[in-house]
Design a binder for this molecule. Structure first.
Ligand code: MN
Length: 289
């Protein structure tokens, strides 16, 4: 029997206001700067109002450098456009994964159908840090729809596991991450039980969007909580007490200095200043909508 990992910290997804959008942010907190290589987790549920002004909704063009912003779509859709000509809508069950690398400018908006009809948009955004040696590589963008995401069924269908990145029991996720990571989207029915292997050299964490699970060796974890796991052990075993949606995120820690400012994640303050200058000079490209 592999040893189950224990919980280092249980973080509540506090509600914060980001430019008028009420969103939940369990990471970072005033106590926890990162769970290397994971820097940030946002959970946003919003009602999109019908609008005649499509470029007022969502997030206007903005740059990123040095990490991968990842958006898991749970309800509705997200329309991504960027300075490299990518233009796509990812719907519920899909994942947008961007390796910002040396720099890219993008916008993130509700798709046209949602602007015309209104509707609920629910997303989780994750920031995965990029190793120093790869921060200045070319950017890449993956629009992974639900139907293109391999799904593994366990416990007679009581647990569905969608593999976005990394390898789970010899099924590979389609996304190429510059950081070594395993990213799984799980849906569990009440009673659904599974043991998830975690690579020994990874940091791992579990985010519950809703529901409740029994985490073996720890106890109950409720929705809107992020459980940071300790490094010892090669698995975690969960049993759902309710219908539960959760993310299992594991990644090899970078153990590198962190200099993070706004949309730039570098290793030194000088590199952050350089990123600001490069953006202002148009070196990350331009996006005209
Ligand atoms: Mn962004």
């Amino acid at each position: 029997m592999p040893q189950n990992r224990t919980v280092a910290r249980l973080l509540f997804a506090e509600e914060t206001d980001m430019g008028g959008l009420p969103l939940r942010q369990p990471l970072p907190t005033s106590q926890v700067e990162q769970h290397d290589p994971f820097l940030l987790l946002h959970h946003l549920t919003t009602t999109v109002q019908q609008s005649d002004y499509p470029y007022k909704l969502g997030v206007d063009p903005h740059p990123h450098r040095g990490f991968s912003p990842v958006t898991f779509v749970y309800q509705g859709g997200v329309h991504h456009r960027d300075s490299r000509g990518n233009d796509s809508v990812v719907w519920a069950g899909g994942t947008q994964w961007m390796n910002a690398a040396r720099g890219i400018v993008h916008s993130e908006r509700p798709p046209r159908e949602m602007q015309e009809q209104g509707g609920v948009q629910e997303i989780v955004q994750l920031w995965v840090n990029t190793p120093k040696s790869l921060k200045m590589e070319q950017p890449a963008y993956f629009a992974l729809q639900a139907e293109d995401t391999p799904v593994i069924s366990e416990d007679e269908g009581g647990v569905q596991i969608a593999v976005v990145a990394g390898e789970y029991k010899s099924t590979r996720g389609p996304v190429n991450s510059p950081s070594t990571a395993m990213v799984l989207r799980l849906t569990l029915q009440p009673g659904g039980r599974c043991t998830l292997p975690i690579p020994a050299d990874h940091n791992a964490m579990l985010y519950l969007l809703d529901g409740q699970v029994m985490l073996e060796g720890y106890g109950l974890v409720d929705g809107q909580h992020l459980a940071l796991l300790n490094r010892e052990g090669e698995s975690c075993t969960i049993t759902a007490r309710q219908d539960t949606r959760l993310l299992l995120l594991s990644g090899k820690p970078l153990d590198e200095p962190l200099a993070m400012h706004g949309p730039f994640v570098m290793n030194t303050q000088t590199e952050v200043m350089q990123a600001m200058r490069d953006y202002q000079m148009g070196k990350m490209g331009m996006l005209f909508e």
